[in-house]
Design a protein around this ligand. Structure first.
Ligand SMILES: Nc1ncnc2c1ncn2[C@@H]1O[C@H](COP(=O)(O)OP(=O)(O)OP(=O)(O)O)[C@@H](O)[C@H]1O
Ligand SMILES: [Mg+2]
Length: 238
């Protein structure tokens, strides 16, 4: 299978579940409650990741899963070709999507002191390119969403919580989007503070000392929406 077939045809066609089942190599994570299955699948010479809410808790699967899949599909389509973002392979159905597998490990598995200044410079470039295409990630505080590739480069995954700027004509929407952009940049500094405090510059420290104006209310809303969703949509014991 060549690049065009992999990233051209499948982006518009649907990937059949039977092909995914038959070619699964391993599960990164199995579904439960609000979590999707994440599996590694071998398709020809390519390895892909399939994110799938099909086996998540039933109400979550029916109501929230398809919204998150649509959001992530939309983001990956817009970001296609941005270095540092996995390429979309295609939609499976309303519960699942497939994307390029990035060999590496996410930063929640990286020891402090491992990363070099260049990594953070490159990460900031990826984030700037993402913002330039009108997408703010909104969940970069979670270190699991940044991957240190085996090639030493940073990659960003998990666009389920992202925000779209749209055409950016409305000044209020533009202002709201700008707050999410600032939050993404701040999240990179928080990662640096946690994993590479020795690399923090005076300017980084100055920015870290300033809490973002809407950080507290945003965190409060985020945490409570998550708790409420779990309470309402996940059966006890999940
Ligand atoms: N394209 C990819 N290539 C390599 N690893 C990936 C890829 N996508 C996801 N992963 C790995 O799977 C983990 C979980 O993925 P992701 O964050 O998208 O799922 P999630 O259900 O939103 O998880 P969480 O709730 O923990 O954020 C990531 O931390 C990363 O280690
Ligand atoms: Mg994640």
């Amino acid at each position: 299978m060549n690049e065009t077939q992999m990233f051209g045809d499948f982006r518009t066609a649907r990937l059949p579940r039977t092909a995914i089942e038959a070619n699964t190599i391993t599960y990164f994570r199995t579904a439960g409650g609000t979590r999707p299955d994440l599996r590694l699948v071998q398709l020809g010479y390519h390895r892909i990741i399939v994110k799938d809410f099909n086996r998540s808790d039933v109400l979550f699967r029916m109501i929230v899963g398809p919204i998150l899949i649509r959001r992530e599909l939309g983001a990956l389509r817009v970001l296609d070709g941005v270095p540092g973002i996995p390429r979309l392979v295609g939609e499976v159905d309303r519960y699942a999507l497939a994307m390029e597998h990035i060999p590496g490990r996410s930063l929640d598995r990286v020891e402090p002191g491992t990363l070099q200044p260049r990594f953070y410079e490159r990460l900031r470039e990826v984030i700037d390119a993402m913002h330039a295409r009108g997408i703010a990630h909104c969940d970069l505080r979670s270190r699991g969403n940044v991957v240190l590739g085996d090639d030493g480069e940073p990659y960003i995954v998990d666009f389920a919580a992202c925000v779209f700027r749209g055409r950016g004509l409305n000044p209020f929407i533009r202002w709201v989007f700008e707050q999410f952009v600032l939050a993404d940049r701040h999240a990179v500094l928080l990662i640096k503070q946690r994993l590479s405090p020795e690399l923090l510059t005076d300017e980084d420290r100055r920015q870290l000392a300033q809490e973002l104006p809407y950080e507290r209310p945003a965190r409060f809303i985020g945490e409570n929406v998550r708790k409420l969703t779990r309470k309402l949509l996940v059966r006890r014991g999940c």
